[in-house]
Design a protein around this ligand. Structure first.
Ligand code: FES
Length: 575
């Protein structure tokens, strides 16, 4: 390859003498044992997101080997490089706090190193968003490969899946219905293989959306991590990356506003994770596109939930794979999609759907005329408590609570919640509304998945399974319940959520898309004048945390750092 902008000639280190820079680079790359022939090939970077702290990425090493095989079969030179790896349970205070750091790392490593295209290997919740954000900003040809979902576990003949069943059994344990011995047995069976959570949690949601977005090979989202097809799609992704390098098909030509709309349709149709709306807003923001929450809600009213997967339904990702995967969903959604969007294959989405294997009878993906839930899984709420928006995963809520008014029981922080939620003297009834403040992007910080407030132990033991819970936090995509999330502006910056006090009445009206604090404006104005921001922590003064606290945006903007985004020039959904 002699193009001065390609291969080892890309992104030369600055010594003030380009010929010397190339000479020096070649000297060091030769130390890796490459021949001149190898070094003349298109260079395909491969993100190595393996980590001993990331079980969801346990299979990354073998995926890399398969990608390398595909790259070499297609005539390229594969070179892997490390990036930050994030696992949900091994990231303090929360993986969301570190997503932007990973996105910066990915962007800068793609830009700094000489690669003509990149295979982005991710899987666990925040990794795929971070990879897409970084790739969008670097705008080097890129293709996403996910690690794939885990297979299901089993407990006394019942299928188990992380982490919907983690939460279900933990609630039973808290209620006293499951003992110490059994909960330990369950703990050992919830995550039985490499791969990502096998319900329609955030990882599965982002995988399905990435396929609909066009950044992944057809069929790539649902193949289980341990299936041989996972390695075959890895090999094919490597081969396709070589073609992408030659064609110069960059992410900005794939991730257009219309393609982002397709991804949002997918989110609604799969009853996907609420986290995905934040992540896709962040990815869109990197491309100068804003997600219009009200237009997204309109999309939701006409897009039914078609996929019968936990936590809203009954099946798991391996069942979706056997039912035809994302292709089966796209086929049903076809009348609603922007079919002219170009995908990473070089074909349009419409051509991809038409070229897919024929459909067959199955029970996981419903036809449009017989959906699991009549409208989209996620609804956007507004009201005096959430002037900039809030969301509710209505498909995972209790129907009887979607219209509900109740007395507020307020927790001022995560620490306050942990300290008081299980106290016997907590003044709470099943009809009350649990309110968590200061758990948003800046408040926690990092907007943790603490919006799934536990049912107070006293009520859980009485058999209470669900209550309306509201916060500025997020919720795991694997969770369920009548839970209002992402309230914006957040309490820590003085949003109206900060003004809620014990005993106030709150009204949730999901059909009208309203969440309101039933306190008169005079009283609210007085509380607003008296409001004091939370005391900054000593940790806020330095390092990444300082950058985070100064730069993180609110949920509706994707919780990205504002300085990483270009000016917003367009919006999605486009209709
Ligand atoms: Fe990694 Fe669930 S913890 S996908």
């Amino acid at each position: 390859m002699t193009d001065p902008k390609r291969g080892m000639r890309r992104a030369l280190t600055s010594y003030g003498d380009e010929a010397f820079s190339l000479f020096l680079r070649k000297a060091f790359i030769k130390a890796m044992g490459y021949s001149d022939d190898a070094l003349a090939r298109p260079v395909i970077g491969i993100t190595n997101t393996f980590s001993g702290f990331n079980a969801c990425h346990r299979n990354v090493p073998e995926l890399i080997e398969a990608v390398k095989r595909g790259v070499m079969l297609a005539g390229g030179l594969p070179i892997e490089f490390p990036t930050i790896s994030l696992h949900e349970s091994f990231a303090h205070p929360t993986s969301m706090y570190l997503r932007n750091l990973m996105a910066i790392d990915v962007e800068e490593m793609i830009r700094a190193q000489p690669m003509d295209a990149v295979v982005l290997i991710g899987g666990c919740d925040k990794t795929v968003p971070a990879l897409l954000m970084g790739a969008a900003s670097a705008n080097t040809p890129a293709i996403v490969l996910v690690t794939g979902p885990m297979i299901t576990g089993s407990h006394r003949g019942e299928r188990l899946g992380a982490c919907t069943d983690c939460r279900r059994f933990w609630a039973k344990y808290r209620a006293g219905d499951v003992g110490e011995r059994e909960i330990a047995d369950i703990n050992a069976s919830l995550a039985p293989s490499a791969g990502t959570c096998m319900v329609m949690g955030t990882a599965s949601t982002m995988a399905c959306m990435t396929e609909a977005l066009g950044m992944m090979l057809p069929g790539g989202a649902a193949i289980p991590a341990v299936h041989a097809d996972r390695l075959r799609t890895a090999e094919a992704s490597g081969a396709r990356a070589v073609a992408l390098a030659q064609e110069g098909l960059t992410p900005d030509r794939i991730m257009t506003p219309r393609a982002l709309e397709n991804a949002l349709r997918m989110l609604l149709a799969i009853g996907g994770s609420t986290n995905a709306i934040v992540h896709i807003a962040a990815v869109a923001g990197r491309l100068g596109v804003a997600v219009d929450l009200d237009a997204f809600d309109r999309l939701g009213r006409e897009t039914p939930v078609l996929v019968d997967l936990k936590p809203t339904g009954q099946h798991y990702m391996e069942d979706l794979f056997k039912a035809g995967g994302v292709t089966a969903i796209l086929r049903e959604l076809k009348p609603m999609l922007n079919l002219d969007c170009i995908t990473v294959t070089g074909a349009t989405l419409g051509e991809t759907i038409d070229a897919a294997p024929a459909s067959f009878a199955q029970e996981v993906v419903r036809p449009l005329g017989n959906p699991v839930f009549g409208e989209g899984g996620i609804a956007v709420l507004r009201g005096n408590i959430a002037p900039n928006g809030a969301i509710i995963k209505q498909a995972a809520a209790s129907a009887r609570l979607l219209q509900h008014a109740g007395r507020a029981v307020v927790f001022r922080s995560l620490e306050d919640l942990a300290e008081r939620i299980d106290r016997d003297d907590l003044d709470v009834t099943p009809d009350d509304i649990l309110v968590l403040q200061n758990a948003g992007p800046k408040g926690a910080p990092g907007m943790p998945e603490s919006g799934y407030l536990p049912i107070p132990r006293r009520l859980a033991r009485q058999g209470v399974k669900d209550m309306v819970r509201i916060s500025d936090a997020r919720m795991s995509g694997t969770a369920f319940g009548t839970i209002v999330l992402h309230i914006s502006p957040e309490a820590a910056i003085g949003g109206p959520l900060a003004l809620v006090q014990d005993g106030d009445r709150i009204a949730l009206d999901t059909s009208r898309r309203r969440i309101d604090l039933m306190v008169d404006e005079t009283e609210l104005a007085a509380r607003r004048r008296a409001w004091q921001p939370p005391q900054p922590s000593a940790e806020d003064a330095r390092g990444y945390r300082k950058l985070f606290m100064e730069s993180v945006e609110q949920a509706e903007h994707g919780c990205d750092f504002g300085f990483l985004k270009p000016a917003i020039t367009t919006r999605t959904p486009t209709r």
